[in-house]
Ligand binder design. Structure first.
Ligand SMILES: Cc1cc2nc3c(=O)[nH]c(=O)nc-3n(C[C@H](O)[C@H](O)[C@H](O)COP(=O)(O)OP(=O)(O)OC[C@H]3O[C@@H](n4cnc5c(N)ncnc54)[C@H](O)[C@@H]3O)c2cc1C
Length: 756
C-alpha cells in the first residue's frame, strides 16, 4: 500500500570537502544551486574542514538553496547549536535546516533548541534533564522561519518514536542497508519505519504529514544496465549505492517517492559529473512523476495549532498568503507581534507581497470576526498596527522605491518602505521628500495622515507632495486616486487615509534638496515657560528654510530642566546656516551644541531593528497657532509636575499654510506648532491635557493615542468630517477599517462611540 504525505519533492546534495580546499567545496554547493538542487549539506572529511563554517560561507554565496547544518559529534550543547542554527537561518533569510544525529538525550536536545528559539518569551530558559541541563539561559535569537529539525539515524524504534513525537523529519542515513528489513530500498523497510513514525505522531496529537521523510542516495552512472537498477553496497561497502544508466536510477527511486512517501533525496557525491547527470537526466523525471502538490508547504505543526487564537479560520487563509503568514506559534512571531511602541499579540499576521495579495488579505480579513490592523512601518504612535488576537495586514514586503520621471521628480514608493530608504534613494538625484524626523518611520502611516518633517516649513507636509495613490478598498477592489480620478477619495487619503483603504503605492513629487545644515543644542530650560515662548517667537519669525523641533525630558531632582533643540537649515551655505541658528542659540543658556553640514539622507539614517514595544503608549497631541504665555505656562507646569517624561514640539507653519485648509483632509494649516506629551499615567495626562484644550487649534492624529471620538472633532473641522463620513459611506460602509481614529459611516456616531 502506498503512502503520500503531500510533500513536494526535494533533491539535495551531501558534500564531503576534500583536499582541494574550502572554496572548491563551496563551489560544488553553488553548482548544486545552479542545477536546481533544493538542499545542500556538508559532512566532515579527510580535509578536517568544519561543515558548519562551510555552510555559512555557502549561505553568503547562494540565494535559493536550503542549507542543512549538522552539528558534529556527540556531546553537543543544544543551546549553542540552537543559536548557531538560528543565526545561520537569519543570515540565509530562512534557508537553514538542522540535522541532529541519534544519540542519548536527543529528545531533550530538541526541547532545548526549540526553547531557545522561542525568543518572544521573556522568561529565561531552564531545563533539568537526564542528559542536558540549563539554568536560566537567555532565549533567542529566533530563526527567520520555522526551521525544521530533522533527526537522522537507522530505523531504531526509539528514534522513529522520537521523530514522530518531536521532529520535523527523519533522514535515513547513508549506510543503512539493512537486509533484515527488506533492504534499504525495499518496501518493508520503509513501510515499517513510516508506520512507526505515524503512530507516534498520532499518539502525540500531531499530523503525520508534519514529519518529512528524507533519505541519502549514492551511486554511479554507467552506460550498461549492469546492476538492473538495484541499490547495492558500493565497492567500499560504506554507502548504499546505485549503479546503472539514468533510467535505472529513475525506476529505482520512483517507488520511494510515489509509494513510500519519501520526499527528499540527498545525493552523496562530490563528483561534479554525477551531480550534473543526476540533475539533467534523473531529476526532471522524478519531479514530473511527483507532479505539483496543491498547498504543500503548510502543514501547521501541533505547536502552531496549539497557539492559534479563537475566531480566525486559519485553514481558509488564501493560498497566496498562507506561505508567508505568521501565526503565534511560528518562529518569526516575536518579530511581528508588536509595534515600535505598543505590545501586541495578534492571532495572524498576513504579509502580502503584491497589491493583489493585499486585496486577497482584505477580502479574507473582513470575513473574520476579529480586529483588523494595517501596518506599514509599525511606528504608529497609537499602536493600532497591532492588536490582541486579531489579524494584521503587514505591508513590509511592499517596499519598492522607483523613480518614475526625472524631469518632474516623480517617484513611486510602496507603503512598507521606511523614510530612511526613501531619503537614500532620492539623495543621488539631489532630491528629498520632507517626511518626519526619524528615518525608521514607515511610508504608509505617515503619508496617509500628514508628515511634519525636517523641511516642513520650506517644503510643506508630506501629503502636499502626493500626486496619486493606488488603494485596496474595503471590499477588496483596487482603485487609483489623484486630482482627476476619484478626486474626493484622494482628498480624504491626504489626512485620513487609514479610514478608506490600504494604500499600496504612493506617487510623490520630490523637492530639490542637497546638503543641509543640522544644528543640535542642549539648553538649560529650567525656566521652561520662558524658554518655550522665546523659541516659539524665534520660529514664527524665522525664514522658511529653518525648521526646528524641541524635546524636553522629565526634570530630575536638583538638576536643571534640560531641553534639546534640533534644527535643519535647507542650505549648505555656512553663513546662512549660522544666521538661521544664531537666534535659536539665544533662547536659553547653551550647555552643548553641534552644527554640521550633511546630506539630508544622513539625518534620516536610523537603525533597523525588530519592534519590541510593550504595554500601551500614552500620549496626547495638539496643534497650536502660537506658544502663548498661557500655553507655555501650562506646558511648564505639566513637565515640572512629572506628567510627561518626554515632551516635544515641532515647528510647522511656512509652506504648510500656503495650502488652503480645505484642500486636503489634513486640516491644521494655520498652526505654527505641533505638541506631543508622552506620559505614563493615562488618566492624569488626559485630565491635564483636556484642561489645556482651549489653547489648541487642532490635532495631528499621528502623535495621539487618545481614541475617544472627541478627538476626531479636534482633528477635523465639521465640514471636513461631513466630507469624510460621506467618503466612508461610499468606500467603507461596513467600517472594515475602524481600529484607529475611526470616522464612522453614520452622521453623528463620532460623538457617541468610543473605540477604547
Ligand atoms: C520615533 C518616531 C518619530 C516620529 N516622528 C515623526 C515626525 O517627525 N513627523 C511626523 O509627522 N510623524 C512622526 N512620527 C509619527 C508617524 O508619522 C506615525 O506614527 C505614522 O503613522 C507611522 O507610520 P508607520 O507606517 O511606521 O506606522 P504603522 O504603525 O505601520 O501605521 C500606523 C497606522 O497608519 C495606518 N496605515 C498604515 N499603513 C497604511 C496604508 N498603507 N494605507 C492606509 N493606512 C495605513 C493604519 O491605521 C496604522 O494603524 C514619528 C513616530 C515615531 C515612532
Amino acid at each position: 500500500m502506498s503512502v503520500d504525505y503531500r510533500h513536494p519533492l526535494r533533491l539535495g546534495l551531501l558534500l564531503t570537502p576534500g583536499d582541494d580546499g574550502p572554496e572548491a567545496a563551496v563551489e560544488r554547493a553553488r553548482l548544486g544551486e545552479e542545477l536546481g538542487y533544493d538542499l545542500v549539506s556538508f559532512r566532515p572529511g579527510v580535509s578536517g574542514l568544519d561543515p558548519w563554517t562551510l555552510l555559512s560561507w555557502t549561505a553568503a554565496r547562494t540565494a535559493r538553496i536550503h542549507l542543512a547544518a549538522r552539528p558534529g559529534g556527540p556531546g553537543i550543547n543544544p543551546a549553542v547549536v540552537a543559536r548557531a542554527a538560528a543565526s545561520l537561518d537569519l543570515l540565509a533569510d530562512g534557508r537553514a535546516e538542522l540535522i541532529l544525529s541519534a544519540e542519548p538525550g536527543l529528545g531533550e536536545a530538541i526541547d532545548i533548541v526549540r526553547g531557545i528559539w522561542t525568543a518572544h518569551l521573556r522568561s529565561p530558559l531552564s531545563f533539568a534533564g537526564e542528559h542536558h541541563r540549563l539554568a536560566g539561559a537567555e532565549r533567542g535569537p529566533a530563526p527567520a522561519h520555522n526551521l525544521p529539525i530533522l533527526v537522522t539515524g537507522t530505523p531504531d524504534p526509539a528514534l522513529l518514536r522520537l521523530a514522530g513525537t518531536k521532529a520535523d523529519g527523519w533522514l535515513r542515513p547513508p549506510a543503512d542497508d539493512s537486509s533484515a528489513t527488506g533492504g534499504w530500498a525495499g518496501a518493508e523497510g520503509w513501510a515499517g519505519a513510516h508506520a512507526a513514525i505515524d503512530q507516534a505522531a498520532v499518539a502525540a496529537g500531531r499530523d503525520p504529514r508534519e514529519i518529512h521523510r528524507l533519505t541519502h542516495i549514492a551511486g554511479r552512472f554507467t552506460a550498461a544496465d549492469d546492476n538492473a537498477g538495484r541499490f547495492t553496497a558500493a565497492d567500499d561497502g560504506a554507502e548504499s549505492s546505485l549503479t546503472g544508466p539514468p533510467e535505472r536510477w529513475i525506476s529505482a527511486l520512483l517507488p520511494l517517492i510515489l509509494d513510500q512517501g519519501v520526499s527528499t533525496l540527498i545525493l552523496t557525491t562530490d563528483d561534479p559529473a554525477t551531480v550534473r547527470r543526476f540533475a539533467t537526466d534523473v531529476a526532471p523525471a522524478l519531479r514530473a512523476a511527483r507532479g505539483e502538490i496543491p498547498r504543500p508547504e503548510r502543514v501547521p505543526s501541533l505547536y502552531v495549532r496549539r497557539h492559534r487564537r479563537d475566531g480566525i479560520a486559519y485553514d481558509a487563509v488564501p493560498e497566496s498568503l498562507a506561505g508567508s503568514a505568521i501565526e503565534p506559534g511560528d518562529a518569526g512571531f516575536g518579530r511581528v507581534r508588536s509595534t515600535y511602541l505598543r505590545g501586541g499579540s495578534p492571532g495572524l499576521v498576513l504579509r502580502p507581497g503584491t497589491p493583489s495579495e493585499v486585496a486577497e488579505a482584505v477580502r479574507f480579513a473582513r470575513t473574520q470576526p476579529v480586529k483588523l490592523s494595517v501596518r506599514s512601518g509599525g511606528h504608529g504612535i497609537s499602536g493600532r498596527s497591532t492588536n490582541n488576537g486579531g489579524i494584521v495586514i503587514d505591508l513590509s514586503r511592499l517596499h519598492a522605491i522607483e523613480i518614475l520621471d526625472k524631469a518632474t521628480r516623480r517617484v513611486r514608493v510602496e507603503p512598507g518602505a521606511r523614510w530612511r530608504d526613501v531619503a537614500a534613494a532620492l539623495s543621488p538625484h539631489g532630491w528629498a521628500l520632507s517626511s518626519g524626523d526619524y528615518g525608521g518611520v514607515g511610508v504608509g502611516g505617515l503619508a496617509t495622515s500628514g508628515g511634519i518633517g525636517w523641511l516642513v516649513r520650506e517644503h510643506g507636509l508630506t501629503v502636499d507632495h502626493l500626486r496619486a495613490v493606488d488603494l485596496v478598498l474595503a471590499d477588496g477592489t483596487r482603485v487609483r486616486a489623484d486630482e482627476e480620478e476619484n478626486a474626493e477619495l484622494f482628498w480624504g487619503v491626504r489626512g485620513a487615509g487609514a479610514n478608506f483603504g490600504i494604500v499600496t503605492s504612493f506617487e510623490f513629487e520630490a523637492d530639490e534638496v542637497s546638503e543641509v545644515g543640522f544644528g543640535q543644542f542642549v539648553m538649560d530650560a529650567s525656566d521652561t515657560a520662558g524658554f518655550l515662548e522665546r523659541w516659539g517667537a524665534v520660529m514664527e519669525a524665522a525664514p522658511r528654510d529653518l525648521t526646528s523641533f524641541l524635546i524636553i525630558g522629565r526634570p530630575r531632582l536638583g538638576q536643571p530642566t534640560v531641553a534639546q533643540i534640533m534644527a535643519v537649515v535647507d542650505s549648505r551655505d555656512a553663513e546662512t546656516i549660522v544666521a538661521r541658528l544664531q537666534p535659536l542659540a539665544s533662547v536659553a543658556p547653551v550647555l552643548d551644541y553641534s552644527i554640521q553640514v550633511l546630506p539630508y539622507e544622513a539625518i534620516m539614517n536610523a537603525p533597523q531593528a525588530p519592534h519590541d514595544g510593550q504595554g500601551e503608549p500614552v500620549t496626547r497631541s495638539a496643534l497650536a497657532g502660537h506658544l502663548t504665555p498661557e500655553l507655555a505656562g501650562d506646558v511648564g507646569r505639566l513637565i515640572a509636575g512629572g506628567l510627561s517624561y518626554f515632551f516635544s514640539i515641532r515647528a510647522v507653519g511656512g509652506a504648510v499654510a500656503d495650502v488652503p485648509p480645505d484642500a486636503t483632509a489634513y486640516a491644521g494649516r494655520s498652526a505654527n506648532f505641533q505638541l506631543v506629551a508622552f506620559g505614563a499615567n493615562r488618566r492624569a495626562l488626559d485630565s491635564a491635557w483636556d484642561a489645556m484644550l482651549p489653547h489648541f487649534s487642532g490635532l495631528y492624529i499621528n502623535f495621539e493615542t487618545d481614541l475617544r471620538p472627541e478627538r476626531l472633532h479636534d482633528a477635523y473641522p465639521d465640514a471636513h468630517l461631513r466630507r469624510l463620513r460621506a467618503l466612508k459611506r461610499r468606500y467603507d460602509p461596513d467600517n472594515v477599517f475602524r481600529d484607529n481614529f475611526n470616522i464612522t459611516p453614520g452622521p453623528d456616531q463620532a460623538r457617541s462611540q468610543s473605540s477604547r
